[in-house]
Design a protein around this ligand. Structure first.
Ligand code: GUN
Length: 279
């Protein structure tokens, strides 16, 4: 049996550390506050937003919820974000994605002040990450680095392969692994001989978006396998991008779904909110 990388336990540790920090900040008169905006009532988004609000309550961060109808115009949403940018009480602003089709998410992301961009999606945050400057880092890849570090897995000098090149996971993941001195390869839908490339990986990060795509044929003996996927199968059971049953026979360490990467995203959002307040 490989080492199970326990995202539930590690995210709880991080939230407990942050809870103490928030209490210390309160004593210094600093109050942490996150504005969470949801447009429309997509059920998956409602679950994510609720989990974010619950995490805020646990850590001691105030959350201001804005639940807007799906007919909200882009101009109205821009005006709300601009208003929150100027609200000194608010440290972080999160606009839940996806937005309805008539709203351009790029415009909204660029409207959020980089000082309050706790999702790390603003081009300035992404640019800062690329050049190694201080800034907010996208929560899921930041959470994966914490999972590896807190599980005693060394990154420096390792062959790291990322499957997927999204702006939210694949690209920032590759830059963070590079920052930790990994040797990084990013693969995608046009990669030739994908299995040959992924079989080089000491650390394999699967952010493909296809259920059970990564089988043992993609994995080197004793590799560390991180699964970013989250899907529901025909029996309504959660599964990831990795065929866990098959891959666990080969991996030295692996994240489960659920209970792996998922809880880390919210823990790192809380971390970014506390950092925003400290700034
Ligand atoms: N939708 C799915 N994941 C995320 C996330 O991390 N942040 C935001 N804002 N929307 C999302």
């Amino acid at each position: 049996m490989p080492q199970l990388i326990d995202g539930k336990k590690i995210s709880a540790e991080i939230k407990d550390e942050l809870k103490e920090k928030v209490q210390r900040l309160k004593k210094d008169g600093i109050h942490v506050c996150l504005a969470v905006i949801q447009v429309g009532d997509d059920p998956a988004s409602s679950i994510y937003v609720n989990n974010k609000k619950k995490a805020c309550a646990y850590v001691g961060i105030e959350s201001l919820a804005f639940e807007l109808p799906k007919e909200t115009t882009q101009e109205e949403l821009v005006a709300l974000v601009e208003n929150l940018n100027g609200n000194e009480k608010v440290n972080g602003i999160l606009v839940q994605l996806p937005l309805p089709e008539h709203i351009n998410s790029d415009v909204i992301i660029r409207t959020i002040s980089p000082d309050k961009d706790v999702d790390g999606f603003h081009p300035e945050s992404v640019g800062r990450l690329c050049i190694g400057a201080d800034g907010f880092v996208s929560c899921t890849p930041a959470g994966i680095i914490q999972l590896l570090k807190r599980s005693g897995i060394e990154i420096a000098g390792k062959e790291c392969v990322v499957i997927g090149r999204s702006n939210i996971v694949g690209k920032p993941m590759s830059i963070l692994l590079l920052r930790e001195n990994g040797t990084v390869t990013v693969t995608h839908s046009r990669t030739r001989n994908l299995k040959e490339v992924t079989r080089r990986a000491d650390i394999l990060v699967a952010a493909v978006g296809k259920p059970k795509f990564v089988t043992s044929e993609f994995v080197k003996e004793n590799a560390v396998v991180i699964d970013v996927g989250m899907h529901r199968n025909a029996e309504n059971k959660l599964c990831g991008d990795v065929d866990f049953e098959d891959v666990q026979r080969k991996a030295s360490a692996i994240t489960p779904v659920p209970g792996g990467v998922g809880p880390m995203t919210i823990a790192m959002l809380m971390y970014n909110c506390v950092r925003a307040a400290e700034k």
